[in-house]
Every structure is written in structure tokens, then in C-alpha cells.
Design a protein. Structure first.
Length: 136
């Protein structure tokens, strides 16, 4: 085993629930699934992060179910690797919320390591889910 130090360990990760897209939304809300079509939030985030020069220090990855489900929404976790900052979970409407989500990601993860970001207060227009045990 060999330890490594990827660029994103200094900034953070964006976790996008794959199950929301592939199973939950099509099963629970076929109209919403038709509206979304072949759009995939994680792929769109990756493309935008690359275009804007953030890819590498910020990574968007697909995950399996995170057990935070909201009808017609996709669960996204922004997990900063900055000391004193904690992961925040959001449920987003993939099409109308994509730009707002991207801006939040860049604000939180795309800045320098010591930047004072606003992770501790929820972003306007997003629902933030908090862990019932830890309160985070």
C-alpha cells in the first residue's frame, strides 16, 4: 500500500447520489424523469469545473445511496477538506438548481484553503439536511 496526496485533499469533494438519477426519480416521478432526460448532474459539474479551471483541486464524484431522499431531487454533499469545515448535504432539483449549486461549490471548495467560506449557513434556496446525531 502506498499513500498518495491528490490535489482535492486540500479543497474537497462533491458527492452526487447516482441512485437518485438511475432509480429513485424514474420510479417515483416519471414526469420529472422525462423533464431531466439524459442530463446528468455529476457530468455537468465535472465539465463546468474543468472549463473554469477548478477540476483537480475540486472533484465531483458519483456515490451510491446516501439515505437522504427527497422526491424529484438529487442528494449532493459538499465535503470541504479545510480544517474546521464540515460536510453539508443538500437536495437539489438538477436542472433549475444546477447553477446555484455550482456557484456554492466554487465558493466553498474553489477558494484557497484558509478562505472563510459560508459552509456553516445554508445556501439560499437549498434545503440542508443535518445529521440527527451530530447536528452537522
Amino acid at each position: 500500500m502506498q499513500p498518495i496526496k491528490p490535489k482535492w485533499t486540500n479543497s474537497g469533494l462533491v458527492l452526487v447520489c447516482e441512485r437518485c438519477f438511475k432509480e429513485r426519480i424514474p420510479e417515483e416521478d416519471p414526469d420529472k424523469a422525462a423533464e431531466i432526460g439524459d442530463f446528468h448532474l455529476r457530468d455537468w459539474l465535472k465539465k463546468r469545473l474543468k472549463e473554469d479551471g477548478h477540476w483537480g483541486k475540486v472533484r465531483a464524484i458519483s456515490t451510491s445511496c446516501m439515505d437522504v431522499c427527497a422526491p424529484g431531487r438529487v442528494t449532493v454533499v459538499i465535503d470541504p477538506k479545510t480544517e474546521g469545515k464540515h460536510a453539508q448535504a443538500y437536495v437539489v432539483d438538477p436542472l433549475p438548481d444546477k447553477e446555484q449549486l455550482y456557484n456554492l461549490i466554487v465558493r466553498v471548495l474553489g477558494e484557497t484553503r484558509n478562505d472563510e467560506t459560508t459552509m456553516d449557513r445554508p445556501a439560499a434556496g437549498f434545503e440542508r439536511y443535518e445529521d440527527e446525531v451530530t447536528g452537522r
